[in-house]
Design a protein around this ligand. Structure first.
Ligand code: 6R9
Length: 669
């Protein structure tokens, strides 16, 4: 029955929920597994309409159905977008780690929660729900005993691994907030985030291992904390056998965990207490600490994970994002675990030990849903189909894409080669600020069409609008504008840490009464959404508005081109001209004139003559963030010849890429 590891508190809690662990089941809809039923709602699209028109009833039902509450909420929402005030499920009390662990340990303790796909191919390790709960409780007890209190913020600087997940959940268990910093960030970037979060505790590992290379994470933390007076202790876990120098501030984490009990009383949290901070770049240099809270975030991550990917019990979910990004938070950790799923922790890179790594992993772990980034897909496409087709991918059911627009060529390849033409590809649009997926082709009627490269349909409860330059809502279809959200949803960010004013100015002042995403979008004649890129990436050529992503999409379809980045630059006659940075595929020999002719022909044909590149600069690689986004801001500054204004380069993957771009640009002039 009830495993001994669970506290009497949790036992009482689950007992109070009844056998299914769900309070007030409201019946489920016949047309959609597990979705709540509402009178008169007979299809998935009717349910989507209902979720927007009667959003309080919708969210109340799913909130009751999908989360386990210690005390029920009394107010579904208290939001005012004109003020940037977002509150959901007030009065409710719950514990996120109980929702992600204890309730599944209750029903299926031996179900696999995590499959750690270690950097060393073929050495995966599985952890059951019982084991993950034990690990979490031990670590929760370590933190508590060492003085971490409810409301404190713990910074986690670790690679994607089970102890990192346990660290996140241990914070949630004792009511501390976590601040995961991507383990590729430099000491300076880490220090800035620790200081802003005012963390007293940092959790790290001795060394990281990625792509066969070792990184000295503990050393980086040592350097960072020198300028972080708030830090009192650093917990150090051992990822490798290599010893590291331990100071009086450092604590051997596994040793401490072994001394602790496997039972840890969960803190009783309010719906709106902070669950985590996650720093993300804005248009200005200083990163923003985006704040998410307990109930609304967890519910939204769980619901989107369940329905966008059509995740069913027993499926193996493979999100290959690092836990240092929001995608790792919502779709490696919180969404899958809230749903009692099996989730893969991918520690490696797409090309280690060779470009077949993803598909080798899919075959070995029998992954059913694969969720990755277009930048990786484009990279792998270059290496050819055989790296994919040599592995058995018959377990795959859904393929997901996230992080940037996926160009048609990459989409088609992902669909045709990776998915053998039989898996829906879901291009999912969302942001750190939205907490979870907001626009995606699914859920929809099961065989509804999917248009390549389009995120298409708003998720339940999401009401997108497009705004014109005067701030008016564009009502017609076949139109482009600034993407805003007209209605709040539970997963949206609550504030920016230490800077609510910046939160309001960035997201709520540009279009009063709406949440402004910072992205541009096109709404097709059928009403489907296509993201055209950050609004600062939209350029205006001779009065014609064009998304740089649209031009890139065409350029990337050229058989010689591996990847490209297009920016606007100041042009005497046109206002803005089109500047294309182009990376050629390996072993391609083409004259620049021929390339330029080919690209002009293609762009004229697919978009219009005005969109043709005025300048083409060949490059060996593009400057990218460590999460794979092309840093167009840097390219613009190079082209503007404003090298002093390059801004924050802490997220840059390979600093030498910028130097190469500068030299290439100088050679063109
Ligand atoms: C989840 C994530 C958010 C920004 C967002 C947009 C871009 C994300 C996209 C996409 C086109 C998609 N973006 N998904 N653009 N199509 N499917 O990536 O969060 O790191 O905060 O980035 O990424 O520009 O505004 P985050």
């Amino acid at each position: 029955m009830w495993p001994c590891v669970v506290s009497s508190f949790s036992r009482r809690l689950v007992a109070s929920l009844g056998v299914c662990g769900r309070r007030k089941c409201c019946g489920t809809a016949a047309f959609m597994p597990e979705a709540p039923a509402f009178e008169g709602v007979r299809s998935r699209s009717e349910l989507r309409d209902f979720s927007v028109s009667d959003s309080e009833r919708f969210w109340a039902a799913v909130g009751n159905q999908r989360l386990s509450w210690i005390s029920p909420f009394h107010t579904v929402q208290d939001c005012d977008l004109t003020q940037g005030r977002i509150k959901w499920f007030e009065g409710g009390k719950l514990n996120v780690s109980v929702n992600c662990l204890d309730r599944h340990v209750h029903t299926s303790p031996d179900r696999v929660a995590l499959i750690w796909e270690r950097d060393e191919q073929g050495s995966e390790v599985k952890y059951t729900y019982r084991e993950l709960l034990e690990m979490t409780c031990r670590l929760g007890n370590v933190l508590r005993r060492r003085g971490v209190k409810r409301g404190d913020c713990v910074t986690i600087y670790m690679p994607t691994c089970p102890l990192a997940v346990a660290a996140m959940l241990a914070c949630a268990r004792i009511g501390a907030a976590h601040n995961v910093v991507f383990a590729g960030f430099s000491a300076d970037a880490l220090a800035e985030r620790i200081r802003d979060a005012e963390s007293n505790t940092v959790i790290t590992v001795n060394q990281g291992v990625r792509g066969g290379k070792f990184t000295e994470l503990k050393k980086t933390v040592d350097e960072a904390v020198q300028s972080c007076p708030s830090v009192q202790q650093v917990l150090v876990a051992m990822r490798t056998d290599t010893p590291v120098v331990m100071t009086a501030r450092d604590v051997a984490m596994e040793e401490e965990m072994l001394k602790e009990d496997v039972v840890c009383e969960p803190a009783v949290m309010n719906s709106e207490d902070v669950l985590f901070l996650l720093y993300t770049s804005g248009s200005t240099g200083k990163p923003k600490g985006i704040v998410h809270t307990q109930a609304g975030y967890l519910l939204y991550a769980a619901l989107t994970h369940r329905y966008v990917f059509s995740y069913h019990d027993g499926d193996v979910f493979g999100c290959v994002a690092d836990i240092g990004w929001i995608t790792g938070h919502s779709y490696t950790v919180y969404g899958p675990l809230a749903n009692g799923g099996t989730t893969v922790l991918f520690e490696s890179t797409p090309i280690y030990p060779d470009p077949g790594r993803y598909w080798n992993t899919v075959e070995r772990l029998k992954i059913n849903q694969f969720y990755g980034a277009p930048t990786a897909i484009r990279l792998l496409l270059k290496y050819g189909d055989h790296w994919v087709t040599k592995y058995d991918r018959s377990t795959l059911k859904t393929l997901g894409s996230v992080g940037e627009p996926i160009n048609t060529e990459a989409w088609e390849w992902y669909h045709r080669v990776v998915g053998d033409g039989r898996c829906p590809v879901v291009d999912t649009w969302w942001q750190t600020e939205t907490g979870g997926i907001c626009i995606a082709p699914r859920p929809s009627e099961p065989d509804a069409e999917i248009v390549p490269g389009m995120a298409m349909r708003p998720f339940f409860g999401i009401k997108p609008v497009l705004m014109d330059t005067e701030g008016k809502v564009l009502t017609s279809n076949n139109t482009s504008g600034a993407l805003c959200m007209a209605q709040p949803w539970p997963g949206m960010a609550r504030t920016i840490r230490n800077n609510h004013q910046r939160f309001i100015e960035t997201y709520y002042q540009p279009y009063p009464g709406y949440f402004f995403t910072g992205d541009g979008a096109y709404r097709s004649a059928q009403g489907y959404y296509q993201i055209t890129g950050r609004l600062d990436d939209v350029i205006n050529v001779s009065g014609h508005r064009i998304g740089t992503a649209e031009i890139e999409d065409v350029v990337n379809q050229c058989s010689a081109v591996a990847e490209s980045a297009v920016i606007g630059f100041s042009h005497d006659i046109k206002g803005e001209g089109v500047y294309a940075f182009v990376v050629l595929k390996k072993n391609i020999d083409i004259k620049e004139d021929d390339l330029s002719r080919q690209l002009n022909k293609m762009v004229s044909k697919k978009i219009a003559k005005y969109a043709c590149p005025d300048v083409i600069q060949l490059a060996n690689r593009l400057p990218k963030t460590r999460s794979g986004k092309i840093m167009r801001r840097v390219l613009r500054k190079v082209v503007e010849r404003d090298l002093d204004g390059l801004g924050d380069l802490s997220t840059l993957d390979d600093p030498t890429a910028v130097q190469e771009i500068v030299e290439g640009h100088n050679a063109i002039l």
